[in-house]
Write a protein that binds this ligand. Sequence first.
Ligand code: NAD
Ligand code: ZN
Length: 342
Amino acid sequence: MLALVKTGPGPGLELTDVPVPKPGINDVLIRVHKTGICGTDLHIESWDAWAADAIHPPLVIGHEFVGEIVEVGGNVADFSPGDLVSGEGHVVCGLCRHCLAGRRHLCAHTIGLGVGRDGAFAEYVSLPMTNVWHHWAGIAEEVAAIFDPFGNAVHTALAFPVLGEDVLVSGAGPIGLMATAVARHAGARHVVVCDPNPFRRDLAVQMGANRVIDPAVESLTDCFAELGMVEGYDVALEMSGSPIALRNAIAAMAHGGGIAILGIPTQEISLDVNAIVFKMLTLRGIYGREMYETWYKMTVMLQSGLDITPAITHRFGFREFEAAFAAARAGESGKVIMDWQA
Ligand code: NAD
Ligand code: ZN
């Protein structure tokens, strides 16, 4: 089969022939239809310091996908060939305290699809049956392809109750964009989105933001009078990884507010702990998705009218992977999809 492979240490990827994975007795083999490009894939492609430390080539990369089951292992009874599925990209140990208690997102021994084991930028991918999510018939495949980052958005956006609350989204990358739509769907009063990138601020409006902020021009509090906000944001979703964005969010929070932090900073961040204490803020780190409560919520929100399609801006065939990666790296994009049947 053809796959996008990091063949050795250093920048670049190769579209090359590798053997079709052989599913074990608890696994399913999936014919990949569509994939989404994540920031993680860009780090692996460019071979930055994180990638050089975390990735052991040769490796088939990629973890955001939708596809059709073509083969099931001998122990698999709940999935059948023909099922349209996506994969949860965190393969957990199943044996630790949290896994045994059903809190699998807290497993400390998680292995990442396309990071610690061969991934989904390939014509076929094999996964344990416990990592497979069955879609309903009729779902748009490009939406199903991005359930992994959509799940990051949902997990973060629902970390604190948003019904009737004023929500700040820091960072309008693909995940911040989807979180904007989720917060709106879940009944937030105001969803204010901050991003220095004008293309993404425009997308944020399409996703349901009722106010966008360019941090180079305005502070997070400048819109309070216009929106009738008195004390500050009730909930903030940190989706930029930027130190200044997190500090600004803390400064603009209302007393008792909650900040869900998904963005991954590349450096340590010093914070105004006095503000956290005296405002009695809750800061909560978010990693991945809850298995499978987040997946359930994603499904039912889409079925009840949530639309994340404006966040998808580019589509390529897998042979055009270089153009696809360039689009994902450029600022003028949301989610970039590669079609593995094209
Ligand atoms: P992205 O890099 O495409 O988006 C980040 C956005 O933040 C960009 O649009 C950028 O312009 C904006 N930004 C930069 N500085 C800012 C500032 N000062 N204020 C406001 N916005 C600013 O990333 P993404 O794919 O949407 O992912 C969002 C974040 O979540 C990234 O940091 C990513 O590494 C992280 N992530 C975390 C998990 C997890 O499980 N915790 C999973 C996936 C991604
Ligand atoms: Zn575990």
